[in-house]
Design a protein around this ligand. Structure first.
Ligand SMILES: [Zn+2]
Length: 229
């Protein structure tokens, strides 16, 4: 029986190649294990995993040791901030422990990578709260799988005056924003949502109907009463 035929670890990857003339070629067991482990990564299919595994095998020992060490270090030292659930190596992340940040406004994002994206723009100076996911009924994720309870607790302290919901502008992101807004209502904080509409630098003729609809419903006055800008 070829290796893998009765082995559950080989359920994802066909290790056997049949050649004309009845010859059978198999990958060594550790290589199959590596390919299967890599193919578990998001966005990595079987063929990409195979290519990566061969690349790792070809690398000098120092390069693969660095890969192993960096995975081990990240897994053992990176944790969630106890206040906002951003990623950090300390109890509190660099944003929560920065005394220059505005502490009465929280920006709620789905994931730490959204926080980083907003930080790169320099457009927000308050604190954050990472939900660590979004409501996704098809994947079995509801509000209880997110950090909503911790957010409600933060907003009940009296320090927070406004919560800006910055979940992604799609069906799941909207459902998440709505659920968070409902949960926060008893806290009495001002709840806002990031504006949607025209992306800067784009020509109107290339925009979709949805974007245009959102831009119209979110339109703002250009001049104040009396004509002042
Ligand atoms: Zn934090």
């Amino acid at each position: 029986m070829p290796y893998g035929a009765g082995d559950t670890r080989s359920r994802h990857f066909d290790v056997t190649c049949y050649f004309s003339g009845g010859y059978v070629a198999e990958y060594p067991k550790p290589l199959v294990r590596l390919i299967e482990a890599l193919s578990e990564l998001p966005g990595v299919g079987e063929r990409t995993a195979e290519r990566l595994a061969f690349h790792i095998l070809k690398q000098p020992a120092a390069a693969s040791s660095e890969l192993l060490d960096s995975i081990r270090e990240a897994k053992t030292t990176v944790r969630h901030c106890k206040q906002c659930f951003n990623l950090t190596q300390q109890e509190l992340c660099s944003i929560c422990s920065d005394s220059r940040r505005q502490r009465d406004v929280l920006c709620v994002v789905e994931a730490p990578r959204d926080l980083i994206a907003i930080e790169k723009t320099g457009a927000f100076h308050g604190l954050y709260h990472c939900l660590l996911g979004r409501i996704a009924p098809l994947d079995g994720v509801d509000e209880s799988g997110l950090t909503v309870d911790a957010l409600v607790k933060r907003c009940s302290s009296g320090e927070v005056k406004e919560v800006v919901l910055a979940t992604n502008p799609n069906i799941e992101g909207d459902a998440t924003a709505l659920a968070v807004a409902r949960a926060l209502t008893p806290c009495g904080v001002k709840i806002t949502r990031l504006a949607r509409g025209l992306p800067a630098g784009h020509e109107l003729e290339y925009l979709s109907g949805t974007v245009m609809e959102e831009a119209f419903s979110g339109r703002l006055p250009l001049l104040a009463k009396g004509g002042a800008p």
